[in-house]
Design a binder for this molecule. Structure first.
Ligand SMILES: *Cc1c(COP(=O)(O)O)cnc(C)c1O
Length: 455
């Protein structure tokens, strides 16, 4: 086996047949259940059935360790999967580190990120359930464009509420949604109660946009809602990333000591981490996990572990998670996909249990890492995975200090071709470096919903 390979490729036959459901392997008590926003009691399938198809609700609550991927979904996955894993030899050399750095690259999908891994099975499940329209929100535009793409594959209509600041900054993400046949509204919009109630926040937020899409889905029989992150079934779909990476690390003859992903709602992180975590929990592997988030929206490192709404208006079930308060509006950093007040209940529980370490980075230091990566490895990363790159560089530098051949694997979950205005600002030295407003969070925390405290 040549020792100088940089790329590890699988074939169509290697597309995973099953997703990894980490819920089945979690140690200790099962994670606390979501609560109905109406009754405050554990949310049953009926609380979700107004906006989700039963197949996805079953995945959401499943206790099975593996869940079969429908043939139609595996077939569509072939449009961009399996994705490559590469060894970042040039970055290693530039860092003068004995560490070996690998990255899984999800930027080659039609939408340019990991999001289609879940958009496709969600569109498929809705189509099978007889739904004709999906409503959703999008931050930076990654999820909205991915869902529009997936809807085009299965003949569904797609209606997207896009966070106002991104709508203005990323016109080409709108073009993609429209090219795939979707419709885009700037959020807050005047088409929903939630939008009209938030007209005083013209830059919008993910929480507000979710409220608008959920409101529309709840009102119309033919329309369901699709969420691009946070929920168990979304993280489940993303585990194709880590399943492939396990096979590719075997091809490379290496085992990661640390697996890293950026975290907005937790889906790309869970996607790469959970298959490795399952092996660790079963005693077959020794590996650490690092979740990287923006210092301007430090949910895992500064938030509280409490029940909170997933959206601003309080329409979604209450979820047990780290939160900055559902009406906290983070500074408009360019990593729009990481500007979310909450986090996946699964990832939150793992951070709580000490199985995942969370770290927060400032905007300028992440762009410094992104530019370093682009100048050594070529790919211009999206601002979100730049946080994972920053953490990977930190690990490689620590390995150099310790004289350790540490093996690092991170998820490069998207390219930055629609984020070049942010790169322009960084290169011109005018990129803002917003701080987190502790006062705003403390204020938002006074409006947490009434719910039992979590242990
Ligand atoms: C949506 C998105 C994220 C954040 O979402 P997660 O669910 O935490 O993965 C990060 N990176 C990119 C490129 C995204 O599109």
């Amino acid at each position: 086996m040549a020792d100088d390979r940089t790329t590890f490729l699988l074939t169509a036959d290697d597309i995973p047949t099953h997703w990894v459901n980490i819920a089945a392997d979690l140690p200790g008590d099962p994670p606390p259940p979501p609560l109905s926003p109406r009754t405050g009691q554990p949310a049953g399938p009926e609380d979700l059935a107004a906006i989700f198809p039963m197949a996805l609700i079953e995945q959401e609550v499943s206790a099975e360790a593996s869940i079969a991927i429908p043939d139609a979904v595996r077939d569509a996955y072939q449009l961009w999967r399996p994705t490559p894993m590469r060894r970042a030899r040039r970055l290693e050399q530039a860092l003068n580190t004995p560490a070996r750095i690998y990255y899984k690259y999800e930027g080659g999908s039609p939408a340019g990120s990991h999001k289609p891994n879940s958009a496709v099975p969600q569109a498929y499940a809705n189509k099978e359930a007889g739904i004709t329209r999906l409503a959703t929100e999008t931050g930076a535009g990654q999820w909205g464009s991915s869902l529009a793409f997936a809807c085009s594959l299965f003949g569904l209509e797609c209606e997207v509420w896009m966070v106002g600041s991104s709508y203005d900054q990323k016109p080409y993400r709108r073009s993609m949604i429209q090219t795939w046949g979707g419709t885009v509204h700037r959020s807050p919009s005047d088409r929903t109660e939630a939008g009209r109630a938030n007209a005083s926040h013209p830059t919008g937020s993910l929480g507000i946009a979710i409220s608008e899409a959920v409101e529309v889905a709840a009102q119309r029989e033919d329309t369901n809602y699709a969420l691009g992150s946070v929920l168990n079934h979304v993280l489940l779909h993303q585990t194709v990333i880590g399943i492939e990476a396990i096979a590719q690390m075997e091809m490379a003859g290496d085992r990661p000591d640390v697996v890293i992903g950026c975290v907005g709602g937790g889906s790309n992180f869970g996607g790469i981490a959970f298959p490795f975590l399952r092996e660790k929990l079963r005693g077959d592997r020794d590996v650490r996990f690092v979740a990287a988030e923006p210092a301007a929206c430090p949910t895992l490192t500064r938030g509280v572990y409490r029940y909170d709404f997933g959206d601003t208006a309080g329409l979604t079930p209450l979820m047990p998670m780290y939160t900055l308060g559902h009406d906290f509006v983070p500074a408009p950093v360019h990593a729009g996909g990481l500007r979310y007040h909450g986090d996946s209940p699964l990832v939150s529980a793992l951070v709580r249990a000490g199985l995942v370490e969370a770290r927060a980075y400032r905007q300028n230091e992440t762009f410094e890492a992104a530019v370093r990566f682009a100048r050594t490895e070529g790919v211009i990363p999206a601002p979100e995975p730049a946080h994972a790159i920053r953490a990977a560089i930190e690990e490689a530098e620590a390995a150099r200090e310790a004289g350790e051949k540490r093996v690092i694997l991170f998820n490069l979950c998207g390219h930055g071709h629609f984020d070049l205005a942010a790169y322009d600002a960084y290169l011109a030295g005018t990129l803002e470096d917003p701080e987190f407003s502790d006062a705003d969070m403390q204020d938002a925390l006074t409006r947490l919903p009434e719910a039992p405290l979590l242990a």
